[in-house]
Design a protein around this ligand. Structure first.
Ligand code: C2O
Ligand code: CU
Ligand code: CU
Length: 483
């Protein structure tokens, strides 16, 4: 037992020393992990793991059955080290679910952990009792199924635990997976869409590891407030993996699944790319940019043109901390992709003049306690009662000198303004959103409508998606009533 421990520690220290993977904030490990000039390197290349697409089995009623097992595991982030983790049908993260508009699905989660959990479909428009929030606890050994018909536009969503007070830690250990939604537009547009080849999910996170290479999830009060931001950046559960690109256009479905990382993403030389989708829909038109800000829970689909990097490597970096997330090794002979359409979709933009109600939300806190409208989460309290199909304006005011964001379950919203300035011109909030960044001292105005389900007893959540904030009380509950 001791001997095994020693070997682990030795292997760990050699990586620590040679690659500078731990502790040092500013260590640049990219040159060590990828050296394109050194082709005779014996090290196994750290190729990007693509979460497998989970094949559903349709039952006799045409319901697509997705079977997922939530389990304890070990996962290798560092050569020769097994990190104790949680995974879904695997050792870290979960498979990708792919569904189409109109599909009837049953996502069956079996909890093989030694603790209770829940599994929420972030961004999914589902009945409250299928939401997978803190009210739909999956007991140890039990199976819970989220059953519904897909009735929303194509986008990239995700599933993750939502257990009261435990969400942050359970996601930290590895519980999260991507859901790809398709509709007639995404299926027919000439967008890159071959999964794993020119259409890849990229789950972005950061982690602290202790000296044994194990996750260190131990936020202090200060870290709860400022956010638990690890010094090791990972993509799909890997440190600086390499993706071998073979096509001129590469579509990347970015998901910020971190606890508190505000990621400012750019490619080598500020190489431009196009955003084609946000949280909950395609954008109306692709938007060209050279950097993209993504806060926890947010998604963005981007398309990068690799034709000027033939035979070279281009890196996706988080520029605030200067850490590489992904190296894209571009093949010397690329397959030509079709071009990106100039019109992607038509969005239904609710008019402010049709709004019948305005609600105000303040984000505040102190001493490791966080509040919405001066209240901490109370699972027995209903904070807001919404009416189905009623258009509303929500104003979210960050009263603190630190970052927050705001996420609403069950529907999408549109971002109208930030501190009174139209949002369209200043950020990437151009499509349907379900999570929006609320920077220090800013008030964000959004327009909201619950269009899908009513249930006077079913509670949905609105909350900050910085997971330590959420677990420290920054959540409220709402119900959707019929009119
Ligand atoms: Cu991503 Cu309430 O959750
Ligand atoms: Cu959600
Ligand atoms: Cu927050």
């Amino acid at each position: 037992m001791k001997r095994r421990q020693l070997i682990k520690t030795a292997a760990f220290s050699s990586i620590y020393l040679s690659a500078g993977c731990f502790g040092e904030n500013k260590t640049d490990t990219s040159t060590l992990l990828i050296d394109t000039s050194n082709t005779d390197s014996t090290a196994t290349p750290n190729l990007l793991f693509i979460p497998p697409l989970l094949d559903p089995s349709p039952d006799q009623n045409g319901v697509k059955q997705f079977d997922l097992t939530i389990q304890s595991a070990t996962h290798s982030f560092f050569d020769g080290i097994e990190t104790e983790s949680y995974g879904i049908n695997g050792s870290y993260l979960g498979p990708t679910l792919r569904v189409e508009l109109g599909d009837k699905v049953s996502i069956n989660y079996t909890n093989q952990l030694n603790e209770v959990t829940t599994m929420h479909g972030h961004g999914m428009h589902v009945p409250a009792n299928m939401d997978g929030g803190p009210h739909q606890i999956i007991e140890v050994g039990a199976t819970w199924s989220a059953q519904y018909t897909v009735k929303q536009k194509a986008c990239t969503n995700w599933y993750h635990p939502h257990q009261m007070g435990k969400t942050a830690e359970q996601i930290y250990k590895g519980l999260a997976g991507v859901i790809i939604l398709e509709d007639a537009e995404t299926l027919t547009h000439p967008l890159p869409k071959t999964y794993g080849v020119d259409d890849i999910p990229l789950v972005l996170q950061d982690r602290f590891f202790d000296e044994n290479g194990q996750f260190d999830y131990s936020p202090t009060h200060m870290e709860i407030m400022r956010g638990y931001k690890g010094d090791i950046f990972i993509a799909n559960g890997q440190i600086e993996p390499i993706f071998a690109a073979t096509t001129t256009l590469l579509r990347i479905r970015l998901l910020n699944a971190s606890n508190a990382g505000v990621y400012n993403l750019s490619f080598t030389d500020n190489h431009p790319f196009k955003q084609c989708a946000g949280d909950n829909s395609l954008l109306e038109r692709p938007v060209e940019m050279s950097s993209l800000l993504l806060t926890p829970g947010e998604r963005a689909e981007i398309i990068v043109d690799l034709s000027s990097f033939v035979g070279e490597t281009i890196t996706l970096t988080e520029t605030t901390e200067n850490k590489a997330f992904l190296h894209i090794q571009v093949s010397a002979s690329l397959t030509n992709s079709t071009s990106i359409p100039t019109e992607l979709t038509i969005l239904n933009r609710w008019s402010e003049t049709d709004a019948v109600q305005t609600r105000h939300f303040t984000l505040s806190g102190s001493q490791g306690q966080l509040y919405i409208n001066n209240k901490q989460m109370d699972i027995t309290r209903i904070d807001q009662r919404l009416i189905l199909n009623q258009i509303e304006l929500w104003e979210i005011e960050n009263q603190m000198q630190m970052d927050h964001n705001f996420h609403i379950h069950a529907s999408h919203f549109l971002v109208l303004s930030r501190n009174g300035n139209p949002a369209e011109v200043q950020d990437n909030c151009k499509g349907y959103k379900d999570t929006v960044h609320v920077p220090p001292s800013e008030t964000v105005r959004i327009i909201v409508k619950m269009s899908d389900y009513e249930d006077p007893d079913g509670k949905y959540m609105f909350h900050c998606h910085f997971l330590e904030h959420e677990d420290a009380g920054m959540i409220g509950q709402f119900i959707v009533e019929g009119n």
